[in-house]
Design a protein around this ligand. Structure first.
Ligand code: ZN
Length: 756
């Protein structure tokens, strides 16, 4: 028994001796080497400097000795970070116990209480997150103290500690914020710098200058209390104006540069000297200006932020990327990159649903029923609503997509299946759709999956490229210190995801300004003086608002909303993003309008009846040309009666044969067929009427005239008086009817559109 106790004691002693001995193991010197000094220049495609990152491992400038550091900075740093630096042996024992107690009480790491030696260890690559690694850090710090003198440790600290904005070490920080070497820092500037390392993100001077200034004042006060500053010096220093160099000049296109620095190509190559990116800084500046201007005009509607992406379709180059209105606006989370944030895209995915339908034999003239419908799903019936809370009856695909009706999009997706759409969206770069396809179901086409603006722009660029998807490119060229010069082409190249014919027809529909009139009116901001496909989207509850589109050359994506998810008031894709989208497109094409979309082989045109979608007869009203993928063109001639029957008459084939009677003599004189009316936003609603008038000269006796609108009798009139009808937005078929029974005579129908 006694024997065993002795063995145990010996073992414990041996362990303790081993641990004590281990504290004297020299700290590996190689890890303390300053290493080569490199700086990485990030430029735009024309060589304009966007950002200079000092050093390979992020931001160290020249290695400086203590003699090259302002004594004010040394004093302020010691006071701020480690008052007992010259007294302790690497670890401040009382404060470790204090921290330990706090940590145990809260069950996690709360209090730092790190000495300067511990911080050096941490900045050498040891990142403590748990209590154990915190102890390892302390152990390494003690070993460091046995290897280096106090002065040497301080030099390590001043050259390695992060000062925010990728500036590591006092020299880099001094040059970044004050544009001078750190030997020249005065007491006010020194106290300012010394306050940053404790929390480089919370006291980041570019994000929260007042917070950094507050910290500086604390340090100055404590310097005065410790006798490092006289009262007179303190007052003079505290009153000194701190001016840091403008962030706009040092951080051009900040979200874009962050994206480049995070990309694998750049982050893995540590000996790069220059990265030439795809960005066009001249364009970027103009886009940032436009974004800010348009957001000003949307402030009343509760919109605080927005993002814009411009892609060059040829290579998928990002030409401009504004992630937020102002990167340095901490009040509105300016550092959030809105181009990468995940949000519901609303209607913006509909074109891909229709492209798949075209590939599978539907045509732009296929008639889809926009009617109340419950789609069976695993979670019960799904009954989508349209944005205008109305149903529009049988409608051609061209109109359904251009007017962005929801029900037809869901009906079409039901026929092709959400799984296929999901797979194609993945092929089009929507990596963010992480859940299985069943999770989204039919709602996928109405935007229930969260995606980013960058992904949307990439997928739309594929439509512009005739269905070929290509990952976006941020880096054009990389140069190394050793003379390395690597041009970066897109390794994957463009991959065909959608059929060129289907992509072309979608582009044709999205650039068809007439087709979207019923929904968006004639004066839509999406109408541009050159071929431009465009689509808007609004997520549920007005949280997100999109406009995305393309010409043959560029793809532009715009998002506006709030980073905190607050809904906007009464903002749609047309009123929110539309005008900004328009201005960007005009800017991009100011000098030279873009060409037509390149038409692939295998398409043909047919004259169709706009109501039935079949080959037009002479009597079909408003015949129009439609484009078909060869083999899917209609072969049947329109059977709909455009004379007899009430309503559009599409689904009433049985009445068609009965239409060969003589021409009616009752004629509508006002309005005329194809008329378009606009509701005046100023005039009171009760005055917004038109007088429907008919000419009954061929009818026996004056009689009464019934007015049938969209299949319902709206009222009567006695000629020559008209019927005063109140306008409401929508499309209408109007008929006048006289007499009853066998003597009943109907006018030809007149179709009009009423816009808001
Ligand atoms: Zn017809």
């Amino acid at each position: 028994m006694r024997q065993r106790k002795r063995v145990l004691l010996l073992a414990v002693l041996a362990l303790a001796a081993g641990f004590a001995g281990s504290l004297y193991l020299p700290f590996p010197k190689s890890r303390l080497d300053p290493g080569p000094v490199l700086s990485l220049r990030i430029t735009d495609r024309n060589g304009v400097l966007l950002r200079e990152v000092l050093s390979d491992e992020g931001g160290r400038c020249r290695w400086v000795g203590l003699g090259e550091v302002s004594p004010h900075l040394i004093r302020a740093t010691l006071l701020s970070e480690d008052r007992n630096f010259f007294l302790h042996k690497g670890v401040n024992v009382p404060s470790v116990f204090r921290a330990l107690l706090q940590n145990l009480r809260h069950g996690r790491i709360i209090s730092g209480a790190s000495t300067i030696s511990q911080q050096v260890v941490r900045n050498l690559g040891h990142r403590p997150r748990t209590l154990l690694s915190k102890l390892v850090e302390a152990w390494l710090a003690v070993r460091l103290e046995h290897t280096l003198s106090k002065e040497e440790i301080l030099i390590q600290y001043l050259n390695r500690v992060p000062y925010g904005n990728l500036a590591y070490g006092a020299e880099a920080a001094s040059r970044l914020y004050f544009e001078k070497p750190c030997s020249q820092l005065g007491p006010a500037e020194a106290a300012f710098l010394a306050g940053i390392p404790r929390s480089p993100s919370a006291s980041n001077p570019y994000r929260d200058f007042p917070a950094a200034l507050k910290r500086q004042k604390e340090i100055l006060r404590s310097m005065a209390r410790s006798g490092l500053l006289t009262a007179e010096e303190f007052h003079r220093t505290a009153a000194e104006d701190i001016r840091i160099s403008s962030s706009a000049d040092r951080f051009r296109a900040p979200h874009f540069c962050d994206l480049v620095l995070r990309s694998r190509k750049v982050s893995q190559r540590c000996r790069l000297s220059e990265v030439r990116t795809s960005l066009d800084y001249g364009l970027q500046k103009k886009i940032e200006g436009l974004l800010s201007e348009h957001l000003d005009s949307l402030t009343e509607k509760g919109v605080t932020n927005g993002s814009v992406i411009v892609l060059d379709n040829d290579r998928g180059d990002i030409l401009a990327l504004a992630g937020s209105r102002d990167f340095f606006d901490a009040n509105h989370d300016g550092q959030v990159n809105g181009a990468l944030a995940l949000r519901q895209p609303g209607s913006a995915l509909k074109p891909f649903t229709y492209a798949l339908a075209l590939e599978r034999g539907m045509t732009a003239a296929s008639v889809i029923d926009d009617a109340p419908n419950a789609f069976p799903t695993f979670e019960g019936n799904y009954d989508p609503q349209n944005y205008d809370r109305k149903f529009h009856g049988p409608i051609r695909m061209r109109s359904a997509l251009a007017c962005s009706y929801n029900v037809p999009a869901v009906a079409v997706l039901e026929t092709i299946g959400p799984d296929l759409l999901y797979r194609r969206l993945k092929d089009l770069g929507f990596d963010s759709l992480q859940k299985p396809p069943g999770y989204y179901g039919l709602g996928l086409t109405l935007g229930n999956g969260e995606v980013s603006l960058l992904e949307l722009a990439g997928a739309y660029a594929a439509l512009a490229r005739g269905g070929r998807y290509q990952r976006e490119r941020t880096v054009i060229r990389m140069n190394g210190k050793d003379g390395m010069d690597v041009p970066i082409s897109n390794p994957e190249g463009a991959v065909g995801v959608l059929s060129p014919a289907a992509a072309f027809i979608i582009s044709h529909i999205l650039s068809d300004r007439d087709a979207r009139v019923p929904s968006f009116g004639y004066r839509s901001p999406l109408n541009l003086p050159f071929p431009c496909a465009a689509k808007t989207g609004t997520s549920k509850d007005y949280r997100d608002n999109w406009a995305i589109g393309y010409t043959a050359r560029h793809t532009v994506g715009v998002w506006v909303g709030n980073f905190d998810g607050k809904p906007m008031h009464d903002v749609s894709g047309i009123t929110g993003c539309g005008p900004l989208f328009r201005d960007i497109m005009l800017l991009l094409n100011a000098k030279d309008p873009p060409p037509q979309f390149a038409e692939p082989k295998g398409l043909l045109r047919r004259s169709i009846c706009p109501l039935s979608g079949r080959l037009a007869r002479a009597s079909c009203p408003g015949r129009m040309d439609e484009i078909f993928i060869s083999g899917t063109e209609p072969r049947e001639v329109c059977w709909a009666s455009h004379v007899a029957g009430v309503g559009p008459g599409l689904m009433t084939a049985s009445v068609a044969g009965a239409s060969s009677r003589r021409d009616p003599v009752l004629r509508i004189i006002f309005p005329q067929d194809g008329g378009i009316f606009k509701i005046d936003p100023v005039l009171r609603k009760e005055y917004q009427t038109i007088g429907l008038k008919a000419d009954p000269s061929g009818v026996d006796g004056p009689g009464t005239i019934e007015w049938w609108i969209n299949g319902r009798m709206a009222g009567t009139s006695a000629p020559p008086s008209g019927f005063s009808w109140k306008l409401a937005p929508g499309s209408y078929t109007i008929k006048a009817v006289s007499g009853t029974g066998v003597r009943r005579i109907e006018s030809r129908p007149v179709r009009i559109i009423v816009m808001t």
